[in-house]
Design a protein around this ligand. Structure first.
Ligand code: PHE
Length: 460
């Protein structure tokens, strides 16, 4: 027997009339490529029996890996990119690049985008919603001061096109260029973003974010100007648990006066409280909740390399605190460096004499809550029975549509824990838990419902 220490448990789902349950236990102590081959064979097998609707199957095989065609180019959205040892993009991810769910007016993600945008006056906030997802590591990380050893930069967490090019992991990747080119003081960027992650009903490697930002001229009157702008914001009626604008562990920036930092934080917080009131007010209506109990939100100190002070916002919804967004006062270094990647022209480098705030909000999980969608993968469905349920501008409750019960197929693999690591680190050679997730996703697609690493004591 091999040195078994961890077990990966996979649940896949198919709509079948006959309920089938399979439990496969495989002892795998070989190297990662062999394990990859085994996983591929098993998942191909599941897909086959799903389509044949057979009722009882047993299978065990340690087949040799299929020979993989070496590619030195990859085509993404009609553009070719050179590949190298950093390339880790799989076909299912490539398929999602062109979907742009946030642009579909009758899709929950698109409806939510519009609801949020409507809170921001168009003459103050320019909208950007079609920025391409392939960006440089400079845009995604360096322009934001994200250090070279940050776990988010590792190959296990980020989709690399090649060593210098990634699928953006957040909409903040466009902050610098947009600060430089935006014609209004503020902007909103909505976009698809990509992160390698675990597989379950609330994680999908492609999802959507909206970035918002606002800048003011930085001079002796800034604090007063921002205060005047706060007075013009629509009034909100929430119960708010707040934190101080800044303190030692969540400091204001050198160069900002106390008044400037406090005023910008307050403008940011009051703006976002308005967004939350709007979204959850609609959700309450959709759920037929007419209680006059006020909505509760709370601010929490946070850390981002590109804002200081930084915060997260949570809302109390259906008995629990729900994390909504990250935000803060924009780091002056981000503004100073904005545009430095275009420095070869030597024309404009940096955004000078400006200060402001930025936020980033995830759209998909919020849309799940608002529309009562139980599984994030439903958003990617092309089934009319899903898509026809929603209409522009309206928050409505999702109604399950399959006339068949779920059919679960469980598969378990033993994996040798000397070959698997849960931590990031960016080494090309380590076989990470997310590499296995990627393998399952590539072979099993959205049929796979859940993959879990369990210890031997958690007998399956
Ligand atoms: N980009 C951050 C994330 O994805 C969110 C964020 C945006 C935080 C802007 C601060 C400012 O988590």
């Amino acid at each position: 027997m091999c040195n078994q220490t961890n077990c990966l448990w996979i649940r896949s789902r198919a709509w079948l009339t006959i309920i089938t349950k399979i439990l496969l236990l495989l002892a795998v102590g070989q190297t990662s490529p062999t394990m990859a081959a085994v996983v591929r064979r098993q998942l191909a097998f599941i897909s086959r029996i799903s389509s044949r609707q057979c009722s009882r199957c047993f299978y065990s095989s340690l087949a040799a890996p299929q020979s993989q065609k070496q590619q030195d180019e990859i085509t993404l959205l009609d553009q070719s990119y050179r590949t190298d040892e950093w390339t880790n993009i799989s076909n299912p991810i490539i398929d999602t690049l062109s979907r742009k769910l946030h642009l579909q007016p009758s899709h929950p993600v698109g409806i939510l985008r519009k609801i949020i945008e409507a809170r921001f006056p168009e003459n103050q906030y320019t909208r950007y919603s079609e920025l391409p997802p392939v960006v440089t590591t400079q845009q995604n990380f360096d322009s934001l001061g994200i250090p070279a050893d940050h776990p988010g930069r590792s190959r296990t967490d980020t989709y690399y096109v090649n060593a210098n090019t990634v699928l953006r992991t957040h909409t903040s990747a466009h902050q610098a260029e947009t600060f430089r080119s935006c014609p209004t003081p503020g902007f909103l960027i909505s976009a698809d973003v990509y992160r390698r992650d675990s597989i379950d009903k609330s994680h999908y490697p492609s999802f959507h974010q909206m970035e918002g930002a606002m800048l003011w001229n930085w001079d002796k009157d800034t604090a007063q100007t921002v205060e005047n702008d706060i007075a013009k914001l629509p009034k909100v009626d929430l119960v708010v648990e707040d934190v101080p604008a800044f303190h030692d562990q969540n400091p204001k920036q050198q160069g900002h006066t106390d008044e400037e930092s406090i005023a910008m934080s307050n403008h940011l917080k009051r703006t976002l409280e308005g967004v939350v009131e709007e979204i959850f007010g609609r959700a309450r209506l959709a759920a037929g909740n007419i209680s006059d109990e006020k909505l509760r939100v709370r601010w929490i100190d946070a850390y981002f390399p590109f804002t200081s002070p930084s915060y997260e916002l949570e809302v109390f919804w259906e008995g629990q605190w729900l994390e909504l967004l990250g935000c803060g006062v924009v780091a002056q270094s981000v503004l100073e460096n904005a545009g430095s990647s275009f420095a070869s022209s030597m024309l404009t480098i940096g955004v000078r004499n400006k200060v402001g705030w930025a936020f980033g909000i995830g759209l998909d999980r919020l849309a799940m809550v608002l529309f009562g969608v139980p599984d994030i993968r439903l958003f990617w469905s092309r089934d009319e029975r899903f898509l026809k349920q929603f209409s522009p501008g309206k928050v409505s409750q999702f109604k399950p549509f399959s006339k068949y019960p779920d059919c679960y197929k469980d598969v378990a693999f033993w994996v040798n824990d000397s070959k698997i690591s849960a931590a990031g680190g960016g080494q090309v050679s380590t076989f990470h838990e997310n590499d296995i997730m990627e393998l399952f996703r590539e072979e099993g697609g959205d049929l796979i419902e859940d993959v879990r690493l369990v210890s031997p004591s958690d007998h399956i």
